[in-house]
Design a protein around this ligand. Structure first.
Ligand code: SF4
Length: 209
């Protein structure tokens, strides 16, 4: 008998999308366990752990149950790094249930999946990402770290089409990070770089999950 496909999951929960252009929308989150990077500023280090083992079918059942009390059209796969694991069956199942699927990824993995919204966030200091995302990403989030300079932003702006926004994201809304974001935004405007925005983490302001 074929074994069910198992996913390692940290948590499944309903909330409001706090980041990026989908900010403010009801969303069901599936936080997958594990990450191939170990960023010092990571705010979800608890997702680096092994997590709980779930058959994909059970994850889909939990999502359907949650939807009954928290109507949401979108499901967001986040982490950790959700694409470390093979989420093909999960994404397919979510689409069959009529959900829109967002994936938040550090962009070092790519899987050809029917995903509606790739939200990518390449990480320092190399900012590596898979080339498929140049066309596929709907937004590029750049976390505002102390060493981030304008040249990197200019470089990324060149590499992604102008329709794809670059979102400068302060680190947990910290003051120094917000100030750096505003400074870089001014430099972007002066250098006539298009579609660069500063962003906030709404869930941290509203103390949401
Ligand atoms: S890629 Fe994301 S989840 Fe992974 S360590 Fe870095 S910030 Fe954390």
């Amino acid at each position: 008998m074929p074994q069910p496909h198992i996913l390692k999951i940290t948590e499944i929960f309903p909330s409001i999308q706090g980041e990026g252009l989908r900010q403010g929308e009801n969303t069901l989150f599936i936080r997958l366990s594990g990450c191939n990077l170990k960023c010092s500023f990571c705010d979800t280090k608890y997702a680096w752990q092994e997590g709980k083992k779930y058959p994909t079918a059970q994850v889909l059942e939990e999502i359907k149950t949650l939807k009954r009390r928290f109507p949401a059209r979108w499901v967001c796969l986040t982490g950790g790094e959700p694409l470390v694991q093979d989420v093909s069956e999960l994404v397919k199942g979510l689409k069959e249930e009529g959900f829109k699927v967002q994936v938040e990824t550090n962009a070092t993995f790519y899987r050809p999946l029917p995903v509606d919204w790739y939200s990518i966030s390449p990480k320092p200091d190399k900012y590596n990402y898979r080339p498929e995302y140049r066309e596929k990403a709907r937004e590029v989030k750049i976390i505002l770290t102390k060493n981030l300079d304008f040249e990197l932003i200019r470089q990324l702006r060149k590499e992604f089409p102008e329709r794809t926004p670059l979102l400068l994201q302060p680190q947990s809304n910290r003051k120094w990070s917000v100030e750096l974001g505003l400074k870089l935004l001014r430099q972007a405007l002066t250098a006539e770089q298009k579609n660069i925005k500063i962003s906030i983490q709404l869930h941290k302001i509203f103390s949401l999950r």
